[in-house]
Design a protein. Structure first.
Length: 190
């Protein structure tokens, strides 16, 4: 089973690139952002709680996200593998993912880390905010807070996956197609 964490700061292009990986390797794309937006749109209890954190540019609590991921893994027992997009975001979540995958008789193949310059991230998110309708993509202060949260709370995962020998850095600058090609080559080299 091929299980990949697609990693990088907000605006790195994880969702866009996950589509290419999904098609190339017949994987199931698990986007925590999409899962949370579905809950928010449905105004579920989970969605209401998540929205409070998202609107401040903060991370959604681990327990909420881990339970969502567990449900998706259980729903696809015969999958060729998964692309985790937006998860894990903390070392605690990474440890929970390792445990969930072990319970399913598999493990993580690699963490593909998209590396993008900060100004490019801000520009990409502001541009996405013009069409996405997402309030967190339309406010520069919130965007900068999201990047700061990533740098302080999420980036330490790089060391966690380096220690496991699963960290694969990928240059995230260039056209969508160029970045997709770099990712596909990185996966084929695993």
């Amino acid at each position: 089973m091929l299980n990949l964490v697609l990693f990088g700061p907000p605006g790195a292009g994880k969702g866009t690139q996950a589509e290419f990986l999904e098609k190339n390797f017949n994987l199931i794309h698990l986007s925590t952002g999409d899962l949370l937006r579905t809950e928010i749109a449905a105004k579920t209890h989970l969605g209401i709680e998540a929205k409070k954190n998202i609107d401040k540019g903060e991370l959604v609590p681990d327990s909420v996200v881990v339970d969502m991921i567990k449900g998706k893994l259980n729903a696809h027992p015969t999958a060729n593998g998964f692309i985790f997009d937006g998860f894990p975001r903390t070392v605690a979540q990474a440890k929970a993912l390792d445990q969930l995958l072990e319970e399913h008789g598999t493990d993580l193949s690699a963490m593909l880390c998209l590396q993008v310059e900060k100004q490019e991230l801000i520009d990409r998110l502001l541009n996405r905010g013009l069409t996405s309708g997402r309030s967190d993509d339309q406010d520069r202060a919130i965007i900068e807070n999201r990047i700061s949260v990533y740098e302080h709370k999420t980036a330490p995962l790089i060391e966690f996956y380096k220690a496991q020998g699963k960290y694969v850095p990928v240059e995230g600058m260039g056209t969508v197609e160029e970045i997709a090609d770099k990712l596909v080559r990185s996966v084929k080299a695993l």
